[in-house]
Design a protein around this ligand. Structure first.
Ligand SMILES: Cc1ncc(COP(=O)(O)O)c(C=O)c1O
Length: 431
């Protein structure tokens, strides 16, 4: 265990956490012997160490130390119906009996593909992958092949998965500021194969697109002959026909993931048949695109049930309740005397320990970073499982009682944060 973590080992918040999570702490040492940092997913790490989760049901998760948490993370927005929803669990159990993966087309694959094509206006056809990251990789290959051009334009704070070029930078990658139409106009020229963009910055701080921004981007891409790739891996849960449907955008390709697999590993590229045709083995310039588990039975079965339950009414309710939660958390912050705003797109929210809503990538500075870490740890002590960076989202499994627990958890967490990181309050917001 590191001693130099954000909050130091000596403050009361950390001591309470250490005392409460002794089994997780012992297991963390054991995990760390065989897995770097004791985890296998960067985002899971926080100091001093994460709790080890052993179960989840509906809107709650339980840790190995016997504590229960209201889950407002939902495996980073993918579990839109919470944990092991009975209808999904039942369908998956039935599927297990008849075999889980075949090197052949199978019927639940067809059912999910037909459902996606019926529901999402941009989807003339679909190609499945195992993750959103793989969907990004495939879309970039298609874009470069279709246009014969090298450059990809993406956005500061945009996240499209563990894709080397986008995660680590590359010579053919240009990043511009989100919501900056002028920057887009100058970046999009004749060598650009594609622009890849989220309908709102998700991991970048739940920053909504400014009115007209995505439309301008779409128009500029068309004008220079570049593909417009809309990454709806996170956003899809927010509208029945995708954010591209509700905004009447017509992307060439749409990346999907998370909710489409009903809680199991998934990704996919939807879009124009003419472009998806590059993955058709009969195409004269076909890409080789395989994946042992692409469109496997478990994922596609769960995806069909999950999407069916996520109808327009369910999405409306989620979004409305998320709006109420955002207001409640802001009021809780005000009562605790902490400067905070909550940005929201659909049912995904982000708490910013700042005085203003961000309009571009929201990178927490060192003081806000420490304050967010304090709030996160305090929330865990209050029985609320949110993300270390302050993102939260709703599942259809949550009741008003769960939401009430989240709000009161935040209020107490804000009060404790104020004691641990007083300079964040003195600054009247940190950014
Ligand atoms: C917008 C966006 N695109 C792509 C990805 C990558 O998806 P995966 O984690 O399934 O590889 C994510 C994951 O968080 C995402 O939020």
């Amino acid at each position: 265990m590191k001693d130099d973590h954000l909050l130091g080992n000596t403050n009361e918040l950390v001591s309470d956490y250490l005392r409460r999570t002794e089994r997780s702490r012992a297991l963390h040492d054991r995990f760390s012997r065989v897995m770097p940092g004791g985890q296998t997913r960067t985002i899971v790490h926080f100091d001093p160490y994460p709790v080890v989760l052993v179960g989840g049901e509906g809107p709650v998760v339980r840790d190995v130390d016997g504590h229960e948490y209201v889950d407002v993370l939902n495996n980073y927005t993918s579990l839109v119906h919470g944990h092991r929803h009975p209808e999904i669990a039942e369908a998956v159990c039935r599927a297990l009996v008849s075999g889980t993966a075949f090197p052949a087309p199978h019927l639940s694959q067809l059912e999910l593909a037909e459902m996606l094509c019926a529901r999402y206006p941009a989807a003339e056809q679909v190609r499945f992958t195992n993750s959103g990251s793989e969907a990004t990789l495939l879309a970039l290959r298609i874009a470069r092949l279709a246009t014969g051009r090298p450059v990809v334009v993406a956005f500061e704070g945009g996240y499209h998965g563990s894709v080397p070029e986008l995660a680590d930078g590359g010579t053919d990658l240009v990043r511009v500021r989100y919501n900056d139409v002028e920057a887009v106009e100058s970046a999009l020229g004749p060598s650009v194969a594609a622009v890849i963009v989220e309908p709102f910055l998700g991991s970048g701080g739940v920053v909504p697109a400014a009115p007209g921004f995505l439309e301008a981007l779409r128009a500029r891409a068309a004008a220079v002959g570049a593909l417009f790739i809309l990454d709806e891996v996170q956003a899809l849960r927010n509208s029945f026909d995708g954010m591209h449907g509700s905004l009447a955008l017509s992307p060439d390709l749409v990346l999907v993931g998370k909710i489409v697999g009903g809680g199991f590993p998934v990704g996919g590229v939807l879009g124009r048949a003419e472009l998806l045709a590059y993955t058709d083995s009969r195409h004269p310039h076909a890409l080789s695109h395989s994946g042992t588990f692409n469109g496997n039975v478990v994922t596609t079965t769960a995806g069909v049930v999950s999407l069916r339950m996520l109808d327009a009414g369910a999405i409306k309710r989620l979004n409305e309740r998320a709006g109420v939660l955002a207001e409640d958390i802001e009021s809780a912050a005000a009562r605790a005397g902490v400067p905070a705003v909550v940005s929201r797109v659909g049912s995904i929210l982000q708490v910013h320990l700042a005085g203003e809503y961000p309009t571009a990538a929201a990178n927490a500075g060192p003081v806000e970073g420490r304050a967010l870490a304090a709030v996160h740890l305090a929330l865990l002590l209050e029985g609320v499982y949110a993300s270390p960076r302050g993102m939260l989202n709703l599942s259809t499994a949550m009741t008003d009682e769960h939401l009430g627990r989240v709000t009161s958890g935040y209020e107490r967490a804000f009060a404790r944060m104020r004691d641990v990181v007083p300079e964040s309050v003195a600054a009247g917001g940190i950014r």
